[in-house]
Ligand binder design. Structure first.
Ligand code: NAD
Length: 269
């Protein structure tokens, strides 16, 4: 360990169970010396898993449904009380598609579901940042990271409406990133992660084919959740102070690979 986050305080959204990227990131941040506050939707917290993580890293847990302005306000107010001031980093590791859950094809989505999906998966980042800026809850040179997927830029048909949600998430990252940088030197980035076996990830139709294909198409192979957690640690650290408004690929080279010999050999069979 490098003590990269010694003395830093952070909020981690989205640790559902031990497979969650947020769970691994909380462990990695703790190992690097950070103090953490955990949060998730009240319904996810009822499953009780998050309390195990809270115990391991000695973190308080405050419920927050990210579609609720009141919950968000309450979370940041309590976080300020708990830490005696602002935080240095925040992980937004949240995604949910109502239409995928209900088995709706992209060409036939239900728009009420769609609104909910966009609210949870993308607008929530705006709500988070807007609440933080209003309460002055992020310290100078703080860092906010949200997780995304390359389906925002290229078509992966079964990613469905989440592709649109991720495109919006990345746009909010740029737009709010500008304002927060000017106002308080706070940086905002997205990490575009390889397919990863988690509860949200496995919800994508044909996930096994999807993850195996990505593995074959990535010169380094798929990036694991642990690797993603380590990357997030660097983005929360002072070593990346001038990086903001970026979509950063963390995918073993997948995003810039046209084809690999492994895939060619597979096609020749
Ligand atoms: N797993 C993958 O293949 C993959 C790839 C790229 C990006 N991502 C992104 O990583 C992030 C984390 O997902 P994960 O794969 O760790 O899965 P996960 O299922 O462990 O995490 C998703 C989290 O979103 C939370 N959530 C859903 N609705 C919420 C609400 N209304 N309020 C607050 N929280 C809510 C869930 O409770 C859960 O903790 C997501 O943004 C996902 O899209 C995942």
């Amino acid at each position: 360990m490098y003590n990269l986050l010694k003395g830093k305080k952070g909020i981690i959204f989205g640790a559902l169970d031990a497979k969650s990227i947020a769970w691994k990131t909380a462990l990695a941040c703790h190992a690097e010396g950070a103090e953490i506050l955990l949060t998730n939707a009240p319904i996810a917290m009822r499953m009780g898993e998050i309390n195990k993580l809270a115990e391991i890293i000695n973190a308080p847990v405050i419920p927050c449904d990210v579609t609720s302005n009141d919950d968000m306000l309450n979370l940041f107010t309590k976080a300020k009380e708990h830490f005696g001031g602002g935080v240095d980093f925040i992980l937004h590791s949240i995604g949910m598609s109502m239409n995928v859950r209900k088995g709706k094809h992209y060409t036939e989505i239900d728009y009420a579901f769609n609104q909910k999906s966009l609210d949870i998966s993308a607008t929530s980042l705006h709500r988070l940042l807007a609440t933080a800026i209003k309460l002055d809850a992020i310290n100078e040179w703080g860092s906010v990271v949200a997780l995304t997927y390359i389906a925002s830029q290229r078509v992966f048909p079964d990613y469905n409406e989440m592709a649109d949600a991720k495109a919006l998430l990345e746009s909010i990252t740029r737009s709010f990133g500008y304002h927060y940088a000017v106002k308080k030197h706070v940086r905002v980035n997205t990490v575009s992660q390889s397919p990863t076996r988690t509860t949200a990830g496995s919800g994508v139709k044909g996930f096994d084919g999807f993850i195996n294909y990505a593995e074959k198409m990535s010169p380094l192979g798929n990036a694991s959740a642990e690797d993603c957690a380590n990357y997030c640690v660097t983005l929360f650290s002072d070593l990346t102070r001038m990086v903001t408004m970026q979509n950063l690929f963390h995918d073993g080279g997948f995003s810039y690979t046209g084809v690999t010999t492994g895939v060619i050999e597979q096609m020749e069979k």
